[in-house]
Write a protein that binds this ligand. Structure first.
Ligand SMILES: [Zn+2]
Length: 204
């Protein structure tokens, strides 16, 4: 990596490179974190290493909604008090966290793990869209809430899904436009998100 300052200690360089690959971590921050870890006790370092290993070994994807979980189906899909006739379609697991924290939505989810973005070479087959129609057909689904982020790619994905399910007997809604255009669902505040869910609008 070009703009990293290398030391002559290989394990240091390895960790700096690993940190630098994480989102939002620049070269200086990668360096600072690495040197912080050098000073850390072996016990603390092991706790951190084990937490990362645990994450990779135990976190799985729910086979029904594709959200991250440590059980399959996930706790939301298994929760019989939730309304499984309403599926909220979101881009990624952090959107589920955001919507859940608003406590307004009582249905279940479908996590796409991305959006359709032709300019980036991402088509419908590259996101978790293939089994959405199967889920709708198999279940007693009455409403599909399209909750992609309010930007061009989110809107394009919404339009694609609308086309996909147009022949099904289904109410299709979109989150109300209280959300800032170009903004990210996961950063929306509690009140805005709650209003957007409660005030969701029927499409088409
Ligand atoms: Zn699930």
């Amino acid at each position: 990596m070009s703009n990293l300052e290398y030391s002559n200690v290989k394990p240091i360089n390895n960790l700096i490179e690993s940190f630098h690959r994480l989102p939002g971590i620049g070269p200086k921050m990668a360096q600072r974190l690495t040197y912080y870890l050098v000073r850390m006790s072996i016990k603390e370092a092991e706790t951190l290493a084990n937490a990362i290993r645990d994450l990779k070994e135990k976190v799985i994807y729910c086979s029904s909604c594709h959200n991250i979980s440590d059980i399959n189906p996930c706790s939301i899909c298994q929760d019989t008090t939730r309304d499984s006739s309403i599926i909220c379609v979101v881009e990624d697991p952090l959107d589920v966290v955001a919507i859940e924290s608003s406590t307004v939505f009582k249905g279940i989810y479908h996590v796409l793990h991305g959006v359709i973005a032709p300019m980036k070479g991402i088509g419908p087959e590259d996101i978790k869209l293939h089994d959405l129609v199967d889920r709708i057909n198999q279940g007693n689904v009455k409403e599909l809430v399209l909750a992609t982020n309010p930007n061009v790619e989110g809107d394009a994905t919404t339009a694609y899904i609308q086309d996909l399910v147009v022949s099904l007997d289904l109410k299709i809604t979109r989150l109300a436009r209280g959300l800032p255009m170009g903004g990210d669902l996961e950063y929306a505040d509690f009140v805005t998100l709650s209003r957007a869910i409660e005030g969701r609008q029927v499409l088409g």
